[in-house]
Design a protein around this ligand. Structure first.
Ligand SMILES: C[S@@+](CC[C@H](N)C(=O)[O-])C[C@H]1O[C@@H](n2cnc3c(N)ncnc32)[C@H](O)[C@@H]1O
Length: 268
C-alpha cells in the first residue's frame, strides 16, 4: 500500500453489513423469524451460565439492537447495564427502544477492539463477537481489554461460532425452515470464513455473513495468555421446547449447533 492510499477503518465491512441490514428492516425481520431458535436453542445455555446477576454491573459487547442487553437487565437483573455495538444503526435502534420503554440502559457505538470506558464491570457479555474478529492478535486485543474492564473475579460470557461445526451433517433446508438460519460453506481450518445465512429470509432478500471459525484450543490458549480460565458449554433445548415440539424436532440441530457458549473466568 502506498502512503497516500486511504486506509479503511477497522471492521468497516462488518459495520456496513449490520448498518444496512438494520436500515432495510432485514435485521428486525430476521430476529423475529429466529424467535424459536433464540427461545429454545440459544437462551437456555446463556441464561443458565449467566445465573442471577441482580445488582451486578454488566457490559454487553456487540449488543446489536439490544435484544439480549434488555433481557440481561430485565430478566437476569443486572444493574447498571451498558451496551456497545460497532454499527451506529444498531445503536440507534437500541436507543429508540430504550426511549420508548426506558430501562436505564446506556448504549454507545464503538468497536470492541478500541474499548476505553474508564469504568469496570462485574460481567462482560458478547452474544456473537469473536467470529467477526479477523486474527488471533485481534482476539488477544479484545480479551486483554475485557480483562482490564472486569472487576476481580469477573466473568466474560460469550456465544461463539461452534469450533466443531460440521457442514457434512448440517441439513440447510431443515435448519432454515425450523430455526431460520443455515450455513452454505464451513471450511474446517482455524480462521477460515464460514458462510452463514441468518434470518430465514427468502433467497432474493437473504442476508449472507462471513463468520470466522476459531478452533477451541486456539481460543483457549489466547484466553489463558490474557489471564482467563476458559469453560465451554454446549447448548441444550429448553424444557418448553421439548414439550412443545418433541426431541425429534431438534435432532439435526443439537449435535451440530451454530454456536457454543464460552465463559472466561478472570484469574488475576
Ligand atoms: C449477530 S449480531 C448479535 C447482536 C446481539 N448480541 C444479539 O445476539 O442479538 C452481531 C453484532 O456484532 C456487532 N459487532 C461485530 N464486530 C464488532 C466489533 N468489533 N465491536 C463491536 N461490535 C461488533 C455487529 O455490529 C452486530 O450488531
Amino acid at each position: 500500500m502506498t502512503d497516500n492510499q486511504p486506509t479503511e477503518p477497522r471492521h468497516s465491512k462488518t459495520r456496513q453489513d449490520f448498518d444496512e441490514a438494520q436500515l432495510a428492516g432485514l435485521y428486525e425481520e430476521g430476529m423475529a423469524n429466529m424467535a424459536l431458535y433464540h427461545r429454545h436453542c440459544q437462551d437456555p445455555v446463556i441464561f443458565k451460565a449467566l445465573g442471577d446477576v441482580r445488582g451486578k454491573t454488566l457490559l454487553d459487547l456487540a449488543c446489536g439492537d439490544g435484544f439480549y442487553t434488555r433481557r440481561f437487565r430485565k430478566e437476569a437483573g443486572a444493574d447498571p447495564v451498558v451496551g456497545i455495538d460497532l454499527s451506529p444503526m444498531q445503536i440507534e435502534k437500541a436507543k429508540a427502544i430504550e426511549d420508548a420503554d426506558p430501562l436505564g440502559i446506556e448504549y454507545f457505538a464503538g468497536d470492541a477492539s478500541d474499548l476505553d470506558l474508564g469504568r469496570r464491570f462485574d460481567i462482560v457479555t458478547a452474544i456473537h463477537l469473536l467470529h467477526y474478529l479477523e486474527s488471533g492478535e485481534e482476539i488477544a486485543g479484545v480479551l486483554g481489554r475485557v480483562h482490564s474492564l472486569l472487576t476481580d473475579s469477573g466473568r466474560f460470557v460469550t456465544m461463539v461460532a461452534n469450533p466443531e461445526f460440521d457442514l457434512d451433517i448440517h441439513d440447510p433446508e431443515d435448519s432454515k425452515k425450523k430455526f431460520a438460519y443455515y450455513f452454505s460453506a464451513a471450511p474446517k481450518e482455524n480462521g477460515a470464513v464460514m458462510t452463514f445465512h441468518p434470518g430465514g429470509l427468502e433467497k432474493e432478500r437473504e442476508i449472507t455473513i462471513g463468520l470466522r471459525r476459531w478452533h477451541r484450543d486456539f481460543v483457549n490458549d489466547i484466553a489463558r495468555e490474557a489471564g482467563f480460565e476458559p469453560e465451554w458449554h454446549d447448548p441444550f433445548i429448553s424444557e418448553e421446547g421439548l414439550e412443545e415440539y418433541g426431541a425429534g424436532f431438534f435432532e439435526n440441530y443439537l449435535p451440530n449447533p451454530q454456536s457454543k457458549l464460552l465463559v472466561l473466568y478472570k484469574q488475576d
